[in-house]
Design a protein around this ligand. Structure first.
Ligand SMILES: Nc1ncnc2c1ncn2[C@@H]1O[C@H](COP(=O)(O)OP(=O)(O)O)[C@@H](O)[C@H]1O
Ligand SMILES: [Mg+2]
Length: 310
């Protein structure tokens, strides 16, 4: 173990005789944004607590940056975490909260780092205001700044967008992507916001009923089972369009439904040719969409399966 940023092997944990995690295994590569998905109570926070060394595993092994954080203070200083409560003091200012943590972590040039992070999370103009006056979204952004103050190599975000309105969710999402690029951090993201995860994560694991139901890249999971497909909206009925494209060598199937045309392709790169063929035949196209399964569909398949079975 040790080549990945996070490694979990055969992890089990129970509370009061109830099995919460059962033989959970997955890895997170360096620099990835990893999405750890599962319904409420699945054991996501428990997994993070075990990874951080705050809770002992029942069985199995976990490593972060190749180390056991329960036994390694140096390694723990290379990791950051944001739990749902943000870890902020309401009566202190934004800058004061960060200064407090900078002291705890022994951050070098704290004033400079605090200015940099307040600018990054767009709170520079509120730096001296008490955090108690902040909106939920502002607190969350400051919590993120707090979690990465000491430039951790791996950062754990536990449901960072929970309780936020869509605008604030988007800010937090963009911020996480920006941070992972700028600070080259590995991000471990607990979430049940599936569209958020689909947009920003490279790899996901789906946890349900204590077990990992899926562990793969988002691209692999969402690739339409079987062949790639496109849906086209035409300015007019699509019946005759099916006759036109049905003869093209790279189209294996075509269905028309009103002004919508759905084509299954033998070659995923054939969409531009398909569009050109339709335009050449006199059709006017209003929209072209590549069909793939959403992460939500895949998630519900796995989680539904777990609820029905086990
Ligand atoms: N310290 C604890 N003592 C007893 N039960 C706990 C403890 N921590 C978590 N649990 C239980 O373990 C399950 C998983 O919790 P959690 O990891 O918080 O789930 P998630 O973060 O996926 O919503 C829940 O049923 C929760 O009640
Ligand atoms: Mg949780």
């Amino acid at each position: 173990m040790g080549v990945n940023a996070v490694e979990v092997r055969g992890l089990s944990r129970s509370f009061d005789g109830r099995d919460i995690l059962r033989d959970v295994s997955f890895t997170v590569g360096h620099g990835e944004i990893f999405g750890y998905l599962g319904p409420n109570g699945a054991g996501k926070t428990t997994t993070i607590r075990i990874l951080l060394g705050l809770l002992a595993p029942g069985a199995g092994e976990v490593r972060v940056l190749g180390r056991d954080l329960a036994a390694d203070d140096d390694a723990r200083a290379r990791v950051g975490v944001l739990f749902e409560n943000n870890g902020l003091a309401d009566r202190m200012s934004a800058a004061g909260n960060l200064a407090y943590y900078a002291g705890l972590y022994g951050v070098e040039d704290p004033a400079e780092r605090i200015d940099e992070l307040l600018a990054l999370v767009d709170l520079a103009d509120r730096r001296d205001d008490p955090v108690g006056t902040f909106s939920t979204g502002m607190k969350r952004k400051l919590g993120i700044a707090r979690a990465i103050l000491h430039r951790p190599e791996v950062v754990f975000f536990d449901e960072p967008s929970s309780g936020l309105d869509p605008g604030a969710q988007r800010m937090v999402r963009d911020l996480i992507v920006e941070l992972s690029r700028r600070e080259e951090m590995t991000v471990f993201l607990n979430s049940h916001h599936l569209d958020e995860v689909q947009r920003i994560c490279s790899t996901v694991a789906i946890l349900a009923e204590g077990r990992i139901r899926a562990f793969d890249s988002v691209a692999n999971l969402t690739r339409a089972s079987g062949r790639p497909a496109v849906t086209l909206s035409l300015a007019g009925p699509g019946d005759r369009a099916c006759e036109v494209v049905g003869n093209l060598p790279y189209v294996t199937e075509c269905d028309a439904d009103g002004d919508h045309l759905r084509c299954t392709l033998a070659d995923p790169g054939a969409t531009p040719d398909l569009v050109a063929a339709l335009v050449g035949a006199g059709f006017r196209i209003e929209e072209v969409r590549r069909s793939s399964r959403s992460l939500e569909e895949i998630y519900l398949e796995h989680v539904g399966q777990a609820e029905g079975g086990a």
